[in-house]
Design a protein around this ligand. Structure first.
Ligand code: NOJ
Length: 603
């Protein structure tokens, strides 16, 4: 579920808390007993395959650490915390855009793709970050926004300067409907911006409309123009030469628009009526501007550019990570490409991570999908980012949020695949949306208020300690620090053995050291259980680890015998469990507290 769908979900009055513990009707959404499939070998640590089974940490640089006292986080602030990230077990950091930008969409409106925004530092600071990160064995992944630039980018300034400017065709320009010499007419069609209202903006000087999938200040590139592709080849090479380990490709599914410019269809509610979205617009699907197949050609081309870099020295293979909100697992598979025509190494599995509802059957079926339906490719699991409310707001019940986060993080790190998580998740940082429109910074919140308060709530400053501004900055932070900083902060959690931070660290350590986690496939256990999600990691060395996560607020007892999956052991040795939970005497009787987790090695 992307943010738009999430809003519709919440607007329908279904809070995630209300859905906790709902049992799936027998037989629905269940997967049959998984048959053993090919064992997946991980070569984590190698230059070629470092990204498999890796741990990637998303940093919103504006909110991580301010080093120069202006209330805004910066690159030197990230460099200052590399020890922390290394101790946590992070292999790579993905930094959301830190290029020069008018900051209308906080960096996703780029005005120069080959420089650093002075708010975040200098190119020398960037180079130092990459060099210091290397010393910590941490790779740096950049955000790459190829769908649109800022309207202040020199290319767009040229493009809008006249109809015959050589850059005119770098962006998407169209005549209006019924336009005359004196009247701008109507936009070319009904397409809407993801940030509300028409996706077409009238340009008085050249008397045409330009298309923007996102904010007005984010005009879309015309990807039918080969010059655009060439320009991005140069940008990618520029950063790869600087030693970045790859890119997270923003809004990649929206590069192309319907060549016939057809209208999008109106969505209907349960009664078959059209309805208004949070922005007050008639809700539409976006089939004409999203997930068009032409994008695969671009991905295959970009992959060739990345593959042209010698991977034999650090950071090794440059990887393509995709922001891939796609509707089905088949679409996700398409994002990997084929052996002959590879695309993303790591398209995000948003199918699992943004279900936003703790339902065992759905989680089981989505997890099984990436085990059995993506042809052995590496899943990229993710449950949070800077565009969606944090875990507490989507899965929490306000009472057991820490334990619920243990459940989610176990699924993230104890399943086969690469794990991506958002800064502060390891502390249990909570979504803290603005309470007054005047305080809103995100354009989405400004347009959507009060139905959609925007994304500020998940972008609040990192909570380092209990001091003023949580140790984030000496100045007033650009977004307020949540009041819970006294309990939820790095310093306090480091010294509490039962903290979420120590839980994350222990889980990541298991992921990287336990043989079954390093090389093991996922086999779902107890596939009819509507309350507990259990699975087996079966290593290529015959090691076996069972994992159980209680999705309910009541204690549960489960039988984790994995005989059906060919594992005959009956004894189990605890590797990790929710603090306070009992150690099982036998594999057939494992007791889980409310939202409890158990991980044990079968012996
Ligand atoms: C997705 C990014 O994650 C989001 O923050 C941004 O607003 C849009 N793409 C537009 O670039």
């Amino acid at each position: 579920m992307n943010r738009k769908n999430l809003n519709a979900f919440l607007a329908a009055g279904l809070s995630s808390a209300m859905s906790l513990g709902i049992a799936a009707p027998p037989g629905t959404g269940q997967t049959p007993d998984s048959k053993p499939s090919a064992v997946h070998h991980s070569s984590a640590g190698s230059l070629e395959n470092w990204w498999k089974n890796a741990v990637i940490y998303e940093i919103y640089p504006r909110s991580f650490q301010d080093s120069n006292g202006d209330g805004i986080g910066d690159l030197n602030g990230i460099t200052a915390h590399l020890d922390y990230l290394q101790k946590l077990g992070v292999d790579a950091i993905w930094i959301t855009p830190c290029y020069p930008s008018p900051q209308v969409d906080f960096g996703y409106d780029i005005s120069d793709y080959e420089a650093i925004d002075p708010q975040y530092g200098t190119m020398a600071d960037f180079d130092r970050l990459v060099a210091e990160a290397k010393k910590h064995n941490i790779r740096v992944v950049m955000d790459m926004v190829m769908n649109h630039s800022s309207d202040k980018h020199k290319w767009f300034l040229e493009s809008r300067s006249s109809r015959d400017n050589p850059k005119r065709n770098w962006y998407v320009w169209r005549d209006g409907k019924g336009e005359t010499a004196t009247d701008k007419g109507q936009p070319p069609n009904n397409w809407q911006s993801d940030f509300g209202h028409s996706a077409w903006e009238w340009d008085e000087k050249t008397r045409q409309y330009y298309y923007h999938k996102f904010y007005i200040q984010q005009p879309d590139f015309n990807w039918n123009n080969p010059a655009v592709e060439k320009a991005f080849d140069d940008i990618l090479n520029f950063w790869m030469k600087k030693g970045v380990a790859g890119f997270r490709f923003d809004a990649i599914t929206t590069l192309f628009e319907d060549p016939q410019w057809r209208d999008d269809k109106e969505l209907k509610d349960k009664e078959g009526k059209t309805y208004l979205n949070a922005y007050g617009d008639v809700a539409l699907d976006d089939a004409m501007t999203n997930n068009l197949p032409q994008v695969y050609d671009v991905l295959q081309h970009v992959r060739k550019v990345e593959d042209s870099v010698n991977p034999n020295t650090f950071p090794g293979r440059r990887v393509m990570i995709g922001e891939t909100y796609v509707p089905t697992v088949k679409d996700l598979l398409n994002m990997y490409g084929t052996k002959e025509k590879p695309e993303f190494e790591l398209p995000m599995d948003t199918q699992l991570g943004f279900i936003n509802k703790l339902n065992v059957a759905t989680f089981r079926s989505k997890l099984d999908d990436v085990e059995t339906k993506i042809e052995g490719n590496e899943p990229l699991l993710v449950f949070d980012n800077h565009d969606n409310p944090r875990i507490d707001a989507r899965y929490g019940d306000g009472v057991h949020d820490t334990d619920i986060t243990r459940v989610i993080s176990t699924i993230l790190f104890a399943s086969r695949g690469t794990s991506l998580f958002y800064y502060g998740a390891e502390l249990g940082m909570k979504t803290t949306p603005p309470t007054r429109k005047d305080d809103v910074k995100d354009p989405v919140g400004l347009t959507g208020w009060p139905k959609d308060k925007g994304r500020d709530g998940e972008r609040t400053p990192m909570q380092w300690d209990d001091s003023v501004n949580a140790g984030f900055s000496k100045a007033k932070p650009w977004l307020p620090v949540p009041p819970n900083k006294a309990e939820i902060n790095v310093k306090a959690e480091e010294s509490d053995p039962n903290s979420l931070l120590n839980w994350y660290e222990a889980l990541i350590k298991l992921k990287k050291t336990n043989p079954a986690f390093l090389s093991g496939e996922n086999v779902m256990l107890n596939t009819d259980d509507p309350k507990v999600l259990s699975w087996l990691r079966r290593g290529s060395d015959h090691s076996a680890v069972v994992v159980a996560t209680n999705f309910t607020a009541e204690p549960q007892t489960v039988n984790l015998s994995a005989a059906s999956a060919g594992v005959s052991g009956t004894k189990v040795k605890t590797l990790l469990k929710t603090p306070g939970a009992a150690d099982p005497i036998s594999i057939d009787k494992v007791e889980l507290p409310a939202f409890g987790v158990y991980i044990g090695e079968v012996q």
